[in-house]
Design a protein around this ligand. Structure first.
Ligand SMILES: Cc1cc2nc3c(=O)[nH]c(=O)nc-3n(C[C@H](O)[C@H](O)[C@H](O)COP(=O)(O)OP(=O)(O)OC[C@H]3O[C@@H](n4cnc5c(N)ncnc54)[C@H](O)[C@@H]3O)c2cc1C
Length: 391
């Protein structure tokens, strides 16, 4: 296997192209846009930076954010410092950086849309911009809207979130996240170097685009974000269910899916950049070692098993109740009043806390968290008068 075709030059396809080219494969990458402003928050957690330090060290424009504010659906707020910065890129910059690295490693990039992939013969046949191409193996990293699926099923509406938002020419130093009342999803404001990406995500099967847009416009108004010059975007985001992560086929004899196409996204947070990079990298490793069939198992042992736990928790997090209030509201209240709980959030934001250990840690520190909450509630200097609302 020497010639590899890659459909999609986002993080998954670009890093796979870089690694395979470095290993000496002949790689051709097709992307209909190349380095473009793909609708996205652009936030990279510390676990992505740890694996790929060039994302922080290099000269490409990016913003390091150290503070976050969580806002409950009822308006409670908790601000905290993160232990590690969230690194936020414009996607045009990030994709450009990753594609440059792939090209520098020897990958050939073509600005073209692939319209057909045939994997039924011994070799793979692709059609792009009216031309035919032949390869030994095809990596399908065309994102969540990917239609090229030899031998597998498309993601169902239950596995997808609708997202929409605005790129707004404004500056900020704070990530804001607002939870929604009894809805699986949230709104965010992610500051980049010279603009904000402000958006909303929620399960596709459950909400209309217009209802989400109304909620987002309300958020922008409440947060006093100046909306002048705002540029609207919308896109889909995988939010895979447990069964999809466990059973959907993501690889065959001469093809494999990576990134969003393989539904490698955290169903709770919507984080996909880290998983796109890791899946592209792990696929390249499997191919380089002559074991492409080991790719699904590599994904599972590195992160898919953890994403399955997230898929089981998602409803509880966004729709569940705890001590008589919404889980997300309690989360914000605990974050505001308990240092121990803020420490947990820091680890969740950086990626140091996985889902496998989360439940155990939550119960283990529950007593301390509650004691800190009660103590702060009654004794903190300048604490607001305890109100019915807070309880
Ligand atoms: C609104 C929104 C906000 C998000 N915010 C964050 C965030 O802050 N942090 C985070 O970690 N994740 C975030 N995500 C998720 C993240 O954007 C994705 O997980 C990530 O982009 C997946 O990378 P990928 O390489 O798999 O796919 P993509 O980045 O979607 O790249 C796919 C590429 O394939 C190309 N392509 C598709 N079809 C074809 C074709 N037929 N022929 C040629 N080219 C093709 C496209 O042009 C595209 O460049 C967000 C997603 C959305 C929608």
């Amino acid at each position: 296997m020497r010639q590899i075709a890659i459909v999609g030059g986002g993080p998954a396809g670009a890093i796979c192209a870089e690694k395979l080219s470095t290993a000496g494969f002949g790689v051709t990458l097709f992307d209909e846009h190349l380095a473009w402003e793909k609708p996205c928050g652009g936030g990279l957690t510390h676990k992505a930076i740890e694996k790929y330090p060039f994302l922080l060290d290099g000269p490409a424009a990016k913003k390091e954010i150290h503070s976050a504010e969580l806002i409950s659906s009822r308006g409670h707020r908790a601000r905290f410092e993160m232990s590690q910065p969230l690194v936020i890129y414009s996607r045009a910059v990030l994709n450009g950086l990753l594609l440059d690295r792939a090209e520098a490693a020897g990958c050939k990039t073509l600005h073209a849309r692939v319209t057909q992939v045939d994997t039924s013969a011994g070799e793979v046949q692709l059609t792009a911009a009216g031309k035919e191409y032949i390869a030994d193996f095809v990596v399908l990293a065309g994102g969540a809207r990917n239609q090229l699926l030899p031998g597998t099923t498309p993601l169902r509406p239950k596995d997808l979130e609708v997202t929409l938002g605005y790129f707004i020419p404004a500056k900020d130093d704070l990530v804001r996240i607002k939870f929604l009342h009894r809805m699986s999803g949230y709104m965010w404001s992610f500051p980049r170097t010279d603009h904000l990406s402000v958006g909303i995500c929620a399960k596709m099967a459950e909400y209309t685009t217009q209802s989400l847009r109304d909620l987002l416009d309300g958020f922008i108004h409440e947060e006093k974000i100046p909306a002048d010059g705002a540029r609207f975007y919308s896109h889909v985001l995988p939010s895979p269910e447990f069964g999809t992560l466990r059973h959907r086929k993501i690889a065959g004899r001469n093809w494999a899916l990576a990134g969003d196409a393989a539904a490698c996204v955290d169903p709770i947070t919507g984080e996909g950049l880290f998983y796109a990079l890791r899946s592209g990298d792990l696929l390249a490793q499997a191919i380089t070692q002559g074991q492409p069939e080991s790719y699904p198992a590599r994904l599972r042992s590195e992160f898919v098993a953890d994403l399955e736990i997230a898929a089981r928790l998602v409803r509880l997090v966004f729709r569940g109740t705890f001590l008589g209030g919404a889980v997300t509201t309690r989360m914000v209240q605990f974050a505001r009043r308990s240092a121990t709980f803020r420490e947990l959030l820091r680890d969740l934001f950086s990626g140091a806390q996985d889902y496998a250990g989360l439940r155990k840690r939550l119960w283990k520190q529950f007593g301390v968290t509650l004691a800190e909450f009660v103590n702060d509630f009654f004794h903190a200097p300048h604490a607001p008068t305890p109100s019915q609302e807070e309880l």
